[in-house]
Design a protein around this ligand. Structure first.
Ligand code: GRF
Length: 205
């Protein structure tokens, strides 16, 4: 079995997706990834408390008073220090600078609570209801310089019910997020190792 892909999770809030990712890994040590770090721009984030409680290394630094590029270079340094290979955004409420995204090209995943390309940005559930959409859902995508616009790697659909308000819909979508994100991350990490193995074979041959 190839070495585990070293994953860092970035969050700014409650951290339920972070827990789902770590729980999925904990249930089966044969998973392709391991979570080596949880990092946040919000030192008081609930997700950090949970991460520490589950024995995951947590790093936090407030972004206030620091330029975006400067903050991201601190983040980059801590990721390198922990030999991180894949960054999984899970409720990270901060735009990453273009330089950071470029450096980590193809190595950052995000989960977004809509069926992309519909409803990028905030208030996705309210907008899906107002638009009269039949389905809402969530998407895991590769992060590129444009917000919520990178290639989608996995999606789950949730039917919008006549009685739904943004909160009830968000709750059902969140359940799907917790199922989808671990599967998508696992698959992405396996593909990464397979690509590396193929490359090594090519180089050797
Ligand atoms: C999730 O709905 C996710 O799709 C969005 O931010 C929310 C984070 O929730 N990007 P949590 O912190 O993982 O509970």
């Amino acid at each position: 079995m190839a070495e585990k892909v070293r994953v860092a999770i970035l969050l700014s809030g409650r951290g339920s997706n972070m827990l789902a990712l770590s729980e999925y890994k904990r249930r089966d040590p044969d998973r392709a990834y391991e979570i080596v770090l949880v990092a946040s721009n919000v030192p008081e984030a609930r997700g950090l408390v949970l991460a520490r409680r589950f024995g995951i290394k947590a790093w936090a630094r407030s972004h206030r008073g620091i330029k975006r590029e400067e903050f991201d270079s601190l983040l980059d340094a801590v990721l390198l220090e922990h030999k991180v290979e894949i960054v999984a955004l899970a409720g990270y409420m901060r735009l990453l600078s273009p330089g950071f995204v470029e450096k980590w090209e193809g190595r950052i995943l995000n989960i977004h609570p809509s069926l992309l390309p519909s409803h990028k940005g905030l208030d996705t559930h309210q907008r899906a209801i107002l638009a009269g959409d039949e389905y809402a859902g969530c998407s895991v995508h590769v992060v590129t310089a444009d917000l919520d616009s990178g290639p989608v790697v996995a999606q789950a659909r949730v039917k919008i019910l006549p009685r739904d308000d943004p909160d009830s819909l968000a709750a059902r979508v969140l359940e799907q997020e917790h199922l989808l994100y671990p599967l998508a991350l696992e698959e992405y990490c396996r593909a990464l190792r397979e690509d590396e193995a193929k490359e090594q074979e090519r180089d050797a041959g």
